[in-house]
Design a binder for this molecule. Structure first.
Ligand code: GAP
Length: 457
C-alpha cells in the first residue's frame, strides 16, 4: 500500500478504472450505496470464491447454504434484533445529519480508542471533552444519544393496510441457525460442524462516508460452527487464527492488521475478537469471531417450539450446541484489499505508474492479451479464445503497448501476453509480469499451465 493514501484517492481510482461507481449516480447518487463495475464485480467474486474455497470447499466439516433474505419476522424476535438491535445515534442540530456516536469517537481517535465498552453517558462526555465537531458542517451542537434500530422494514401483501411487517435481514447468520436441523439431518454431520453462507445483508446505517467501509446494503461471508461447549474455546481460538491466515494469504500485510479482543461482551457470550485493518481513516474492524454460547439455538428453540438439541451418537448426551461464529464483510474485505494493493511507483523515466498489486488469485483479469499491432489481431484473438476458456482475460488493441501495460497495471492484471510478428513464425509470445515488469518468452501451449500455477491460491 502506498503510504498515507487517502480514501478519496482510492475512491477516485475505483471510479476512474471501473471497480466501483456511486450508486444511482445519474440521479445524484444515493448515500452509502455503491455499484461494482466490470472489474469490481470480478474482484469481489474472486474474493468470495477464495473465502468459500478455504472455509467450505477444503473442509470436510463445513456445509454451505443460501437462505432467503426475507425471513419469518419471528426470527428477529428470537434473535433479539427487534427488541435490542440498535446503534447509538446523535444528530447535529445545525445541519440535521445523524451520526453513530461510537463511530465519531473511533474515527476521531483514528481507531486508538474503542467506544464499545462505553455507556451513552461516557460517549457523550468523551465527545464533549475531545471537542468532536460534526464531520459534515463543523458545528458542535449535538443532541443526546438515542438508540436507532437499523433494520429496514418492508411489508408483505398487496394492501399496505393489511400488510405484515417484514424485515430485510441485517445479518446472514440467522439463516444458518434456522437450518441447523435441516443441514444436520441431510448431511448426517456430527458435531462439531459448520454451516456457511455468503449473502446480502441490509442495515439503515448513517455514517460519514468512508466509501465501501460501512454501507446500507452489503455482503457478509459468515459461518457458524456448532460444537460441544467443552471444545468451544479451542474452536474459537482456531477460527481467530484461520481468519488471520485467510486475510494475510490474500495479501494483507501483518503489520496492517491486529487482533482486538472485545472489552464488553453480550450477556450470553464467552469471548469476541475482531481483526482490525489499518484503513486510510485508521484502525477499523474487518471481521469478527464470536463465542455465542448456546444463545442462538436456545432462542430459536424457545420461539419456534422446535427442539434444537443434538443427540451425540457416541455418548448419548443430548445438548444444545454452542456456536462459534466467524463473520467478514465481502465489501469491507474488498475495500481493504484495494487499499493494500494500491501503489504509485516512480519509474526510471520519471513517470508515475499506478499499480494494483493484487494476489493473482483475486485479480479481476488474470491475463491481458495485447497484439503489438492491429494487423496481429487475428492471431491475438486466437490466443484470447484459448485462454479465456480457462481464465478471465482482457483483450486490448488500442494505443501504444506502453499505455496498454499501464492500463492493466491500474486494474491489477498480473500478466500481459503480447503477440508480435515472431509469434506468427514460432508460436511464442512475450509474457510480462505486472510487479517486476520483467518479460519472458513462452510457447503458446505453455501459457495455460504457467498461468494456472501463478494464480493458485
Ligand atoms: N452475524 C454477526 C454480525 O453480523 P457484525 O460485526 O455486525 O456481526 C460482521 O458484522 C461483519 O460484517 C463486520 O466485521 C464487517 O466486515 C461486515 N459489516 C457489518 N456491517 C457492515 C456495513 N454496514 N457495511 C459493510 N460491511 C459491514
Amino acid at each position: 500500500m502506498k503510504q498515507n493514501v487517502s480514501m478519496d484517492k482510492i475512491q477516485a481510482h475505483c471510479k476512474t478504472v471501473g471497480f466501483v461507481f456511486p450508486g444511482s449516480e445519474i440521479y445524484g447518487g444515493f448515500a452509502n450505496t455503491w455499484d461494482f463495475g466490470p472489474i469490481g464485480v470480478e474482484l469481489k467474486n474472486n474474493i468470495k470464491r477464495a473465502w468459500w474455497k478455504k472455509f467450505v470447499q477444503e473442509r470436510t466439516d463445513t456445509f454451505g447454504v443460501d437462505c432467503a433474505i426475507l425471513m419469518n419476522p419471528r426470527v428477529w424476535d428470537a434473535s433479539g434484533h427487534v427488541a435490542s438491535f440498535g446503534d447509538p445515534k446523535m444528530d447535529c442540530k445545525n445541519c440535521k445529519q445523524r451520526f453513530r456516536a461510537d463511530t465519531l469517537i473511533e474515527e476521531h481517535s483514528k481507531g486508538a480508542v474503542s467506544a464499545e465498552a462505553m455507556t451513552n453517558e461516557q460517549m457523550e462526555a468523551y465527545i464533549e471533552e475531545h471537542n468532536i465537531h460534526c464531520p459534515h458542517c463543523g458545528a458542535k451542537d449535538w443532541t443526546p444519544i438515542r438508540k436507532f434500530n437499523p433494520m429496514f422494514i418492508t411489508s408483505r401483501g398487496t394492501l399496505e393496510a393489511d400488510a405484515d411487517k417484514v424485515y430485510l435481514r441485517p445479518e446472514t447468520c440467522q439463516g444458518e441457525y434456522v437450518n441447523f436441523l435441516n443441514v444436520q439431518r441431510t448431511t448426517r454431520a456430527k458435531i462439531p460442524f459448520a454451516i456457511a453462507q455468503i449473502g446480502k445483508s441490509f442495515r439503515n446505517e448513517i455514517t460519514p462516508g468512508n466509501f465501501l467501509f460501512r454501507t446500507i446494503e452489503f455482503e457478509q461471508m459468515e459461518l457458524q460452527k456448532f460444537c460441544h461447549d467443552k471444545d468451544s474455546m479451542d474452536i474459537y481460538n482456531d477460527y481467530k487464527q484461520q481468519a488471520w491466515n485467510f486475510v494475510t494469504s490474500l495479501g494483507l500485510q501483518a503489520d496492517h492488521l491486529r487482533f482486538h479482543d472485545h472489552d464488553k461482551l453480550a450477556h450470553y457470550a464467552k469471548a469476541a475478537c475482531d481483526i482490525q485493518y489499518l484503513f486510510p481513516m485508521g484502525w477499523q474492524e474487518l471481521n469478527g469471531v464470536h463465542h455465542r454460547g448456546t444463545w442462538d439455538l436456545s432462542r430459536h428453540q424457545e420461539y419456534s417450539g422446535k427442539s434444537m438439541a443434538y443427540l451425540d451418537p457416541f455418548t448419548n448426551e443430548k445438548y444444545i450446541p454452542t456456536v462459534i461464529e466467524y463473520s467478514i464483510g465481502a465489501d469491507r474485505l474488498t475495500l481493504a484489499l484495494i487499499c493494500e494493493a494500491y501503489d504509485e511507483e516512480t519509474l526510471e523515466n520519471g513517470e508515475t505508474r499506478v499499480v494494483m498489486h493484487f494476489h493473482p488469485a483475486i485479480a479481476p483479469y488474470k491475463v491481458a492479451v495485447l497484439p503489438l499491432q492491429k494487423n496481429l489481431s487475428e492471431k491475438a484473438k486466437e490466443v484470447f479464445s484459448k485462454l479465456s476458456t480457462f481464465f478471465m482475460c482482457d483483450y486490448d488493441e488500442a494505443g501504444s503497448i506502453g499505455k496498454r501495460y499501464r492500463r492493466q497495471d491500474q486494474i491489477g492484471t498480473p500478466m500481459c501476453v503480447t503477440i508480435d510478428f515472431d509469434t506468427l513464425e514460432d508460436n511464442t509470445v512475450t509474457l510480462r509480469d505486472r510487479d517486476t515488469m520483467e518479460q519472458i518468452r513462452l510457447p503458446i501451449e505453455e501459457l495455460v499451465p504457467y498461468i494456472t500455477n501463478k494464480i493458485a491460491f
